[in-house]
Ligand binder design. Sequence first.
Ligand SMILES: O=C(O)CCC(=O)C(=O)O
Ligand SMILES: [Fe+2]
Length: 314
Amino acid sequence: MSQPHDTLSSISLSLADQDKDAFAARIGQSFSDWGFAIIGDHGISDDLIAQAEQMSRTFFALPDDVKRKYHIPGGGGARGYTPFGTEAAKDSDIHDLKEFWHIGRQLPDGHAFEPFMSANIWPEELDEFRDCYLELFAAFDKAGQRILEGIARYLSLEPDFFDDTVRDGNSILRLIHYPPVPADSPAVRAAAHEDINTITLLIGAEEAGLELLDKQGNWRPVTPKPGELAVNIGDMLQRLTNNRLPSTTHRVVNPAPERRGHSRYSMPFFLHFRPDYLIETLPQCIDQNHPDLYPEPITAHDYLMERLREIGLA
Ligand SMILES: O=C(O)CCC(=O)C(=O)O
Ligand SMILES: [Fe+2]
């Protein structure tokens, strides 16, 4: 049962409805072995995914000057459009080969978290854009909550432990376009990095390229089937769990020569804690063999700011 599995196999989220403990054991094992899990039957409808993928293709096909109207200078890419050649991984001086759009949580007017979370902007060229991605945001939130319930059970926490920690959290839906890659490009689509947040749920990784760095130091392709999610642990959850659930380094490599002429589209949802949530090592994850690696608690917001500065986005 606790033997490390040698491949990343797909886990059905519907198992959580039939046998909560079995689901928790399987995803817990997958996350502790790999920092990743492939999740099927996640409840996000095929139609919604297809519409969202189509909308992303349509948006990124707009002329450059139209897209750039939605770039907020000095906004760190928190909302709206970030052009090709802006984001670089930590300690990297070569930019990733991608452009992206960020959608944040829609807070009701006057919400206490407004100072931490900018308002969304929407492209006026695409009528259904707002509704489509707000629906996808909500669907990701719901799937994420069910996955977090499994993680809570795995860690011997109350099953609803994470509900309050992520309520109205600073989560972000990112639409990414990786354009065709010239043969002589020195850069890669996305350089090796770790995600900063709690967990990430990704649609679109069936187009090859995503790789994780395993515990032996080898790069391994992450290959969900169409419609499945690739889910990974971020630095904030790694920190909360005293590294019991690792935030695994991953990257998106350039395609084989015959696919270089094709774009790649993906849609990660970075599920975040509430900005005021204090990330303080879980006592369940500290023992004699695992002393507390993070004796200084930090709020999710302060941690995020620290990390965004490192990648040139704050
Ligand atoms: O596009 C992908 O498959 C992964 C993207 C990613 O890792 C990220 O944006 O943090
Ligand atoms: Fe990532």
